[in-house]
Design a binder for this molecule. Structure first.
Ligand SMILES: NC(=O)c1ccc[n+]([C@@H]2O[C@H](COP(=O)([O-])OP(=O)(O)OC[C@H]3O[C@@H](n4cnc5c(N)ncnc54)[C@H](OP(=O)(O)O)[C@@H]3O)[C@@H](O)[C@H]2O)c1
Length: 308
């Protein structure tokens, strides 16, 4: 999302290309081969810079799989200046978004095209028909759905011929609604849980991959400077303690907490720091070493009060 720049910029400064290249090579060295994009990331520049770096390196290009997203219209980015932030999933928008992404990435196809957010004004049948066309033309391998409810998944599956292979939501130690929704039924704490109930079980049952965006929680438990308040201090201390016991970096523990969940969550991490990328790649080992009690202790520390 921030390859070579930061969120909100509309161009990646040329001076940051080397950092982008280093991040991609660090990921490749760590065995990470699926890269997550969107038409809106740095006004499309993340895809452009990624595509340039891919074109320089045949080995990287051979190994890399790319998923991208369409449908969010930001003023001065994918929508004209002065328009409101909106979502648009009609045929022309979906097609032109993907065609723009492919051109910027220098690719003939992407592994998966995500609907970035639902658009209440476009019937799902119309979006599904557009996605099927792109799939029939070999431009997308499958469809992903981001920031959706179980009802969206059912509706898209009903209208699509193309398989839905992934759902992407914000899941992390800082965004724990997905587990809270599993245990806080009929409890006062449950009223504040916004996660769409049943979504993960539905995905697991239908073999739809669950992807966690923001999986590192922005580093709040693994060394990022605190942005005010003491929220997260207890969990950060416990992450450090578990990391020490396991002989692994703190990032591995934070991301490992997601991997320890039985639904097969795939973390999507946004760090560009080569060391942090390598650290995240050790998360499977942290998940192996994490006991049942460790997992609950991390959850409890992050929520800041005991479970009922
Ligand atoms: N589907 C959606 O709606 C959606 C929404 C948002 C994001 N995404 C996807 O999910 C990916 C990950 O999300 P994300 O980037 O928001 O979250 P993230 O992976 O939780 O956080 C990454 C950010 O945290 C910083 N960070 C991590 N550890 C740090 C530390 N110890 N000290 C200082 N900074 C630290 C990183 O900076 P460094 O680079 O310096 O490490 C980076 O800016 C994005 O790249 C994007 O592909 C999808």
């Amino acid at each position: 999302m921030t390859l070579g720049g930061s969120w909100g910029q509309d161009r990646i400064p040329a001076a940051r290309y080397d950092a982008a290249r280093d991040a991609m090579h660090a990921a490749h060295r760590a065995g990470i081969t699926l890269f997550d994009h969107a038409d809106i990331y740095i006004g499309g520049d993340s895809e452009t810079v990624f595509g340039r770096i891919l074109a320089e390196d045949a080995e990287l290009r051979r190994d890399v799989q790319v998923q991208t997203k369409c449908g969010i219209r930001l003023p001065g980015n994918t929508a004209p200046e002065g328009s409101p932030v909106h979502y648009r999933l009609d045929r022309d928008t979906v097609r032109s978004s993907l065609e723009g992404s492919l051109e910027r990435l220098g690719l003939d196809r992407v592994e998966r095209l995500f609907v970035h957010r639902p658009d209440p004004l476009t019937p799902v049948a119309a979006t599904a028909a557009a996605l099927d066309e792109l799939h029939d033309e070999g431009l997308i391998g499958s469809v992903g759905l981001s920031n959706v409810t179980p009802h969206h998944v059912v509706a898209f599956q009903h209208h699509l011929r193309t398989p839905v292979t992934a759902v992407q939501l914000q899941l992390s130690l800082a965004h724990r609604d997905f587990v809270e929704s599993q245990v806080l039924a009929n409890h006062p704490d449950g009223t504040a849980v916004s996660f769409p109930g049943g979504l993960l079980a539905q995905c697991a049952a239908e073999e739809i991959e669950i992807q966690a965006w923001g999986a590192l929680a922005g580093g709040m438990y693994s060394g990022a400077p605190a942005t005010g308040g003491t929220a997260g201090h207890g969990a950060a201390a416990l992450v450090a303690e578990l990391a020490e016991r396991m002989g692994l970096p703190r990032e591995a523990v934070v991301v490992g907490w997601l991997l320890r969940h039985p639904y097969g969550i795939r973390p999507v991490v946004g760090t560009l720091d080569p060391q942090r990328i390598a650290a995240c790649a050790q998360a499977p080992r942290a998940a192996e070493l994490m006991t049942h009690e460790d997992w609950y202790a991390l959850w409890t520390a992050a929520r800041g009060r005991p479970l009922p």
